[in-house]
Design a protein around this ligand. Structure first.
Ligand code: FAD
Length: 436
């Protein structure tokens, strides 16, 4: 079998894989990334659909996390910040979220009176600045200690749906840990879709001498004496062995185990891998010939009266590059009633369309559905349901790392988690292995 050698072999070109690759190249390691799909970026790419640019996953990222990484590895990333960032529809009226003290203002707008607003916001501040609420109680149970107002409860539900989980299924501790120890940032759009972030990282990887091979699935992870020694890939009809000091897998963990051999892992690790489950989300991509009057004035509309569809992104006012000239591109997001399978997708779609019609009276007249995307399982909105326990970046096989949104510390979700895990892996590799 043909062999090539490098310091680091990376399986998968999602944000986790490309973050680790770009940071390790910067530190002087030789890196080869392989990707099974025809495009790189995984759940952070943007593909053409009849002239519309549709994201494969992430729709919004941010400068303080994604932009900062690009600057660090010498890549350029343009981001446009919506102004206002969010507009909320509360009791049929639009409420513009102010940039400062945003959540205090939004809770105040949804509360019945000042006493309720103070009670809820004081509890929120105490959870952030003093004691983290328990992981044994859901976010919804936490909020119900301070209010029974359905509008305020739906606000908290909106916040957890944003990362693909219902408020009654997310541990309260996990929610607040994201604010105190994870990452909060101002959301923004790359003008041609989130694939621009993957383009920026892959550009940096290539400039620093690395490479990303697409249409190149890994088929086997080689292990000798309990340590990873490389990867066998299928490229242009032949198998090639990439011999490496260390292997980083950006694949779903069950695929990493299959490809390495179950016998290489401890029973406890295999149990943890079996618990991993991607959070589901249904995205409705639709277009209109003009801006829908019911959504004027914001790129991100958030509802407080809904069964499933909690948010609509209107890309066009800020990023006209996302659609053919004169057309508007919009995306609505819906989290199923339970994030645990089985899912009744037909029912979920019907409920979400009902929400869109209720909150946008002009929906049937002016909007046309382009595509309904169901994200779940290995292609979930976040690779593991938040709060059920992620994996470590280190597998039981020496030198075999797991990178991606299932391998981040508690409180990190979605693309921020994938990026964080890539950073942690790059730091750990630098401590243990020297560039050849
Ligand atoms: C609908 C949806 C909406 C989202 N919205 C947002 C958002 O607005 N903001 C946000 O921050 N995050 C969002 N996310 C989450 C974000 O997209 C993901 O958390 C992030 O992109 C995951 O990156 P990753 O590196 O963990 O893995 P992935 O992107 O899943 O990458 C893994 C890669 O490994 C490849 N691979 C698998 N097996 C093999 C093999 N055998 N050989 C070679 N390659 C292989 C896959 O093809 C894939 O490219 C969203 C996700 C979805 C699905």
């Amino acid at each position: 079998m043909k062999q090539i050698k490098c310091d680091v072999a990376i399986i998968g070109s999602g944000i986790g894989g490309t973050t680790a690759a770009s940071l390790l190249l910067k530190k002087g390691y030789s890196v080869q990334v392989v990707e099974k799909l025809p495009f790189y970026g995984g759940r952070c790419q943007t593909l053409d659909h009849h002239g519309f640019r549709l994201n494969t996953g992430a729709a919004m990222i941010g400068d303080s996390i994604h932009g900062a990484l690009c600057r660090e590895v010498g890549a350029e990333l343009e981001l446009r910040v919506p102004n206002p960032v969010f507009k909320f529809r509360i009791r049929g009226k639009d409420f513009t979220a102010p940039p400062k003290r945003m959540w205090q203002a939004i809770i105040g707008a949804a509360a019945k009176d000042d006493a309720e607003a103070d009670r809820v916001f004081s509890a929120w501040m105490k959870a952030i600045t003093w004691a983290e609420p328990s992981y044994s109680m859901s976010m919804d149970d936490w909020a119900r200690q301070y209010t029974s107002n359905p509008l305020v409860l739906k606000l908290f539900h909106f916040l957890t749906c944003g990362i693909g989980v219902n408020s009654y299924e997310l541990p309260a501790g996990e929610f607040f840990r994201q604010i105190t120890q994870g990452a909060t940032m101002t959301w923004a759009y790359p003008p041609r879709g989130c694939g621009q972030f993957s383009d920026a990282l892959v550009g940096a990887i290539k400039r620093m001498g690395g490479d990303v091979w697409t249409r190149c699935p890994a088929v086997k992870i080689n292990v000798k004496n309990g340590a990873a020694t490389g990867v066998v890939v299928q490229k242009d009809g032949e198998q090639i062995e990439i011999v490496a000091q260390t292997v980083i897998s950006n694949m779903p963990p069950h695929r990493t185990v299959e490809m390495t051999g179950e016998e290489c892992f401890s029973p406890g690790y295999l149990k943890d891998v079996n618990k991993i489950l991607g959070s589901p989300m249904i995205c409705f991509e639709f277009m209109s010939d003009k801006q829908l009057p019911s959504l004027e004035g914001s790129s991100c509309y958030c509802f407080t009266e809904y069964k499933r569809a909690f948010m609509i992104l209107d890309f066009t006012p800020l990023c006209p590059e996302m659609s053919p000239k004169g057309k508007h591109l919009l995306e609505a997001a819906c989290v199923p009633g339970s994030v645990y399978p089985p899912y009744d997708i037909k029912r979920e779609v019907a409920l979400a369309l009902g929400d869109l019609r209720q909150n946008m009276p002009d929906f049937d007249k002016n909007a046309k559905l382009i595509k309904i995307r169901v994200a779940r399982g290995d292609w979930g909105v976040t690779g593991n349901i938040p709060g059920i326990g992620n994996l470590s970046i280190k597998t039981p096989v020496y030198g075999l790392y797991a990178v991606g949104d299932r391998s981040a510390p508690e409180g990190w979700w979605c693309s921020l988690a994938a990026l964080k895990s890539g950073r942690l892996v790059a730091e750990d590799v630098a401590k243990r292995f020297k560039p050849a």
